[in-house]
Structure formats: C-alpha cells, structure tokens
Ligand binder design. Structure first.
Ligand SMILES: NC(=O)c1ccc[n+]([C@@H]2O[C@H](COP(=O)([O-])OP(=O)(O)OC[C@H]3O[C@@H](n4cnc5c(N)ncnc54)[C@H](OP(=O)(O)O)[C@@H]3O)[C@@H](O)[C@H]2O)c1
Length: 243
C-alpha cells in the first residue's frame, strides 16, 4: 500500500495508538479522519487539524449516522482502521459485574466495529484498492484471567478478521490484522508492566502496513502466538506476571 494520498478513517483515533497513528499517517500526506466519542478529545484533535467524527460505537444509531456522513463527505475513503477499544479488568467470579459493563465492552470492541465495517464496505468498494485493518490483541490468542470479556472480544475480532478476509478475497478490499504489544497509552496507565512507547510501535508497524502484512505486529507477539498454541500454561504464567 502506498502510504500517501489515501483517505483513512481511524476509530479510537482520539487517544493512544490511534492518535499517534493518525499523526504519522497525516505527516505522510494522507487525509486522516479520527472517530471518537469523548467531545473534549474530539475538539483537541480538531485543534491539531484533524477531521473528526463523533460516534459512540456502543450505539447503533450513532454508527448508522456516522456511516451516512462518511459516505457523503468522504466517498473516496479507502482505508478503515478499526482501532477503538475498551478494557475493563475484574475478577469474573468474585465480583458482581454490572451487565451493562459487560455489554459495553462487547459492543465497542466487537459489534460496533462489525456494524461500522458492514456499513462502510459499499464506499470502500468504490475505491480501486481499499483496506480494512482491525486492531486485536495478544489476549485474543490467550485469555487473561482478570480480563475475560476483553479477551473474548479480541478473540472474536481475530476470527471476524480472518472470515472477512476470506469473503472479500476476490474483491478490491484487503483485510489485515494489527496486534499491538503492551503499549504505553491511557488504556494501560494503571499497569506496571514493560510497555512499548507508542511512537516506537508506530515506527515498527508503518513499514508492515506498507507491505500489507496480514498480521501487523512485533516479534514478541508472533512468538506469543506460538506459545499460546503449544504451551497454554506457559501463556497463563506470562500473562499473570503483571498481577
Ligand atoms: N495499549 C495496549 O497495550 C494495547 C494492547 C493490545 C491491543 N490494544 C488495542 O489497541 C486499540 C487502541 O488502544 P489504546 O491503547 O490506544 O487505548 P486508548 O488510548 O484508551 O484509546 C481508546 C480509543 O477508543 C475509543 N473508544 C472507547 N470507547 C468508545 C466508544 N464507545 N465509541 C467510540 N470510541 C470509543 C476512545 O475514544 P473516547 O475516549 O472518545 O471514548 C479512544 O480514542 C484498542 O483496540 C486496544 O484494545 C491496546
């Protein structure tokens, strides 16, 4: 993929990895539209010169309105980066989790992204070449015990990504997966683990996006995929290290 002159929508683009990615892609001469929910962050992104879209991915009406706006205002859209995400950490057995909290995590991380993707496939299909990149997680390879719902949501997005790749195989839309390692963003602010600086991550992934790698990630996550497959108890121990 040529990393200039593309029209790119990044969900979860107002913070962390999405914002850093947006800045890097804009510097390379792309039109970058950031989608988010928090109004203050959207205003801050506009202040940086980004085009923004307000949309709560847990609300179907918001997603439908955003997709109409995108089709009308950005008919040349050719890269959808499904990157928004939330992660709640709790012990599934010891606490009574409000059902809304569980539903919200699934809606933002899975159903909202799937609905948005489906609604935007027609506009992406108009482009000579288009891409959908879904941000998943190592926890979609192996679940973390204090993040069962998040892990399940990312496993769902991994499978959706593979399935979508297959059904779009003969189309002009390519489907890629992006798996960040533990990265220093607001999402991980309460965690004491070794975190990759976000700019380092962006520098590592841009060449892989350019090469259209089906799995865009860092070596440690490729190794973790094998560990999770071959030695699940070792994967458990690795994920418990931060506890
Ligand atoms: N950081 C890591 O270590 C790590 C590791 C593996 C995977 N990931 C994945 O990478 C992606 C980016 O994470 P990050 O670390 O950059 O997190 P972050 O800084 O917390 O950013 C999350 C983004 O998602 C958006 N978002 C959350 N709820 C939303 C909603 N209901 N509707 C629309 N947008 C919503 C947020 O926008 P608002 O603030 O406006 O709601 C924000 O822009 C996520 O999918 C995450 O699961 C992160």
């Amino acid at each position: 993929m040529k990393l200039s002159n593309q029209t790119i929508l990044i969900t979860g683009g107002t913070s962390g990895i999405g914002l850093a990615l947006g800045k890097a892609l804009r510097e390379k001469g792309n039109q970058v539209i950031l989608l988010g929910r928090n109004q203050e962050k959207l205003v801050a992104a506009s202040g940086l010169g980004f085009e923004t879209i307000s949309c709560d991915l847990s609300k179907i009406a918001d997603i439908e309105a955003a997709s109409v706006l995108i089709q009308n205002k950005y008919p040349q859209l050719n890269l959808l980066f499904n990157n928004a995400g939330i992660q709640y950490n709790y012990n599934f057995l010891e606490q009574v989790i409000p059902p809304n909290k569980i539903a919200q995590e699934i809606q933002v991380n899975v159903s909202g992204q799937i609905i948005l993707t489906q609604l935007l496939i027609p506009v992406l299909s108009n482009a000579e070449q288009a891409w959908i990149i879904n941000t998943t997680s190592g926890l979609g390879m192996h679940p973390k015990k204090d993040g069962l719902v998040y892990s399940a949501s990312k496993a769902a997005m991994r499978n959706f990504t593979r399935g979508l790749r297959t059904v779009l195989q003969k189309s002009s839309i390519k489907v890629l997966e992006f798996i960040p390692p533990v990265t220093d963003t607001p999402m991980t602010s309460g965690r004491a683990e070794n975190k990759m600086p976000v700019q380092r991550l962006i520098d590592l992934i841009l060449p892989q996006i350019e090469k259209e790698r089906s799995m865009i990630t860092v070596p440690i996550m490729r190794l973790f995929e094998w560990i999770a497959f071959l030695f699940p108890s070792l994967a458990d121990r690795i994920l418990s290290k931060g506890d």
